[in-house]
Unconditional design. Structure first.
Length: 340
């Protein structure tokens, strides 16, 4: 599969989980609750998507397991209702199966006053129907997750580790040699959910920048071989100022709020944003007024521009930054200088 080829360094995770699932099927046992941890952009969401695809296509696994993807809109206050709806809607012919609950960004349940983590554990402890958890979480929440009383000694943790420099180079080389910028856009979007397709968000100015990068690459290629690290740095140097100009006029507390919120799920509650503020809800309201956030219901918000969210995530956590070393450090310094 194309996604697995792009993430060859992480395919061992898919294989390990599939082997465990096959063992579970043969012994008719309970599958260990599994948590995939890693930095932003290391392929956690891609692994879930790959597992979903493989299980549905494998006749043996598909006959034994039923996959349930928990929607992004869940939170601890409605988690009981969400589960009830999910299982009530399961076809009668599927109720005998072993259900696999996929949750992307499990860390959104941490530090929730409504006890979302405890509610989730209680649901997973029930014997009928059999439910096993396969979830992802950002590594920065590892300490909290492993010491949370609901999850302590409850989860089998798979740590992805950092992507190796040679792996990133291996992924990028065939991509930057693509014949057209549209193919490049497609390949990068597949290699990471928060890459070019979301960053550009079909913004004409950003798409023009991408075209300029491709043209520059073509010109550079005639002179000498292009370095993949140089290519990535080139993209951020060109696209960065667009976001920096927008962020530089915001009060510091608003910027800190956006930086933290960019690490949360698609929708988030202000109380999940860990900044020193007497009233985080007021900070969220200010950012709605300034056009950065959208209110999605009682106590729920999301970014108006997924481009900005992706940019914040990548500047702070981009694994490819380890390839760039000093070069990206200079870019980050420019970013910090505008924010402070």
């Amino acid at each position: 599969m194309q996604i697995l080829k792009l993430f060859q360094s992480q395919s061992w995770v898919v294989e390990e989980i599939l082997n465990d699932l096959e063992m579970t099927r043969r012994k008719d046992a309970r599958f260990n609750h599994t948590l995939i941890m890693g930095d932003t952009g290391t392929g956690k969401t891609t692994i879930l998507s790959s597992l979903d695809e493989v299980i549905r296509e494998d006749q043996n696994l598909n006959s034994y397991f039923n996959i349930i993807n928990l929607p992004f809109s869940f939170n601890s206050s409605n988690i009981d209702d969400v589960f009830e709806r999910l299982f009530l809607n399961i076809d009668e012919s599927l109720k005998h199966k072993h259900h696999l609950l996929f949750i992307d960004d499990l860390h959104v349940l941490l530090n929730d006053p409504d006890g979302g983590a405890d509610k989730l554990r209680a649901i997973l402890h029930q014997t009928r129907p059999k439910i096993s958890l396969i979830a992802t979480a950002e590594r920065i929440f590892k300490e909290q997750l492993t010491h949370n009383k609901a999850f302590h000694n409850f989860l089998h943790i798979i740590d992805l580790g950092a992507m190796k420099d040679e792996d990133v180079t291996k992924f990028m080389l065939p991509i930057i040699k693509a014949k057209s910028w549209s193919f490049l856009n497609q390949e990068l979007a597949l290699s990471s959910p928060f890459w070019l397709a979301i960053i550009t968000e079909n913004n004409p100015r950003l798409l023009t920048i991408v075209k300029n990068i491709i043209q520059s690459y073509e010109m550079e290629k005639r002179k000498d071989k292009i370095d993949p690290a140089k290519f990535i740095k080139f993209y951020f140097e060109l696209s960065g100022p667009i976001f920096l100009n927008s962020l530089s006029n915001l009060p510091r507390q608003n910027r800190y709020f956006l930086e933290w919120a960019s690490l949360l799920g698609r929708e988030f509650a202000p109380r999940d944003v860990n900044i020193k503020s007497k009233n985080v809800s007021q900070e969220a309201t200010k950012l709605v007024d300034r056009g950065y956030l959208i209110k999605k219901g009682k106590g729920k918000y999301q970014f108006r521009s997924s481009s900005l969210k992706a940019y914040l995530r990548y500047v702070k956590n981009l694994p490819i930054g380890r390839v760039l070393n000093v070069d990206l450090e200079a870019v980050n310094y420019t970013f910090s200088k505008h924010l402070d």
